[in-house]
Design a binder for this molecule. Structure first.
Ligand SMILES: C[S@@+](CC[C@H](N)C(=O)[O-])C[C@H]1O[C@@H](n2cnc3c(N)ncnc32)[C@H](O)[C@@H]1O
Length: 289
């Protein structure tokens, strides 16, 4: 191989070796087209400048990114796009300085801001009378919802947690309930607040283990008004595409819930920013029971 000039070439060589091992592991060998495609790059030396000023490595990268979207002038390649989104998702999720270090008006909100923007759009469209949130933590997400309701001029939030943390925001639209989201007494308190008219939105963001989320889905789904949403947070864990060690979580609970359920559908339009912590988690109620 005509690889020289580290570190770009060293990196590329390492990557090609890894790719080779992976392809070898599939027992399908290295596809002929890939070998043919890479030969000129290897012959040119990856970092070596070509006559047009770009290196072979740059050309290789630019060509792969052209497949991301037709707007970049290439043919959309879903596999390339999904791989890049997944890798960015892993970077964002595992970096301690991102969602663990996100605040709304100074209060920690354990959310991806792209999802909060989706929340804002849903709230503007639906103008819910009541928002039910399972899982309060520091109250940052409830505070965000209350601020949006202030801007819209309507809506109350009831948020439930087994822990009572000090320093949570005090806001006239927010009611805190202490207890488990699946406790019958808590359910009764929530039901007593359901409006006669107007939209109800439910957000499940408490214990993310599949059995708990399934239980929440069975208890809260009928509180969601037709046309509104049941948002299941953190469907991304258990390798969808992060936290592979988690075990069955919200994603698996949603799959079980949707089996044979014709009232709710996954609204993929809410995944429009590519990165969401809630893939297949924006469930829209389409019909009454
Ligand atoms: C992911 S955090 C909530 C984050 C918050 N919604 C936000 O975005 O800032 C999960 C919370 O669920 C709470 N929790 C765990 N099990 C619960 C249960 N059975 N019922 C209600 N809350 C529970 C935990 O105490 C924790 O505060």
């Amino acid at each position: 191989m005509a690889l020289g000039q580290p570190p770009a070439d060293a990196l590329a060589a390492w990557y090609l070796r890894r790719l080779g091992r992976r392809l070898h592991a599939t027992q399908r060998g290295v596809p002929r087209e890939l070998v043919a495609g890479l030969r000129p790059v290897l012959q040119a030396g990856l970092a070596q400048r070509e006559r047009d000023g770009g290196s072979a490595l740059e050309t290789l990268l630019v060509e792969s990114f052209q497949g991301l979207t037709p707007e970049l002038g290439g043919q959309a390649d879903i596999a390339v796009r999904d791989a890049i989104v997944d890798q960015f998702h892993r970077l964002y999720y595992n970096d301690p300085g991102t969602w663990r270090n996100t605040r709304w008006l100074g209060v920690p909100a354990l959310k991806c801001p792209l999802d909060l923007w989706i929340y804002q759009e849903i709230l503007e469209e639906l103008r819910p009378q009541l928002i039910i949130e399972c899982g309060t933590a520091d109250g940052g997400s409830a505070y965000f919802l209350a601020s949006m309701c202030d801007l819209l001029g309507s809506g109350d939030i009831v948020t439930i947690d087994i822990e009572s943390k000090s320093g949570r925001p005090v806001h006239p639209r927010i009611t805190y309930i202490l207890g488990s989201s699946v406790d019958p007494e808590v359910i009764a308190q929530v039901r007593a607040r359901l409006p006669i008219n107007g939209n109800v939105l439910v957000i499940l963001d408490s214990d993310h283990r599949a059995a708990h989320v399934e239980r929440e889905l069975s208890l809260y789904a009928d509180m969601v008004s037709v046309g509104s949403y049941l948002i299941v947070e953190d469907t991304c864990v258990n390798n969808h595409p992060v936290a592979p060690e988690f075990g069955p979580g919200p994603w698996e609970a949603v799959s079980a819930f949707l089996e044979g359920n014709d009232q709710f559908v996954v609204d993929e339009g809410r995944q429009k920013y590519h990165l969401t912590f809630n893939p297949r988690g924006y469930l829209r109620r389409m019909s009454p029971p």
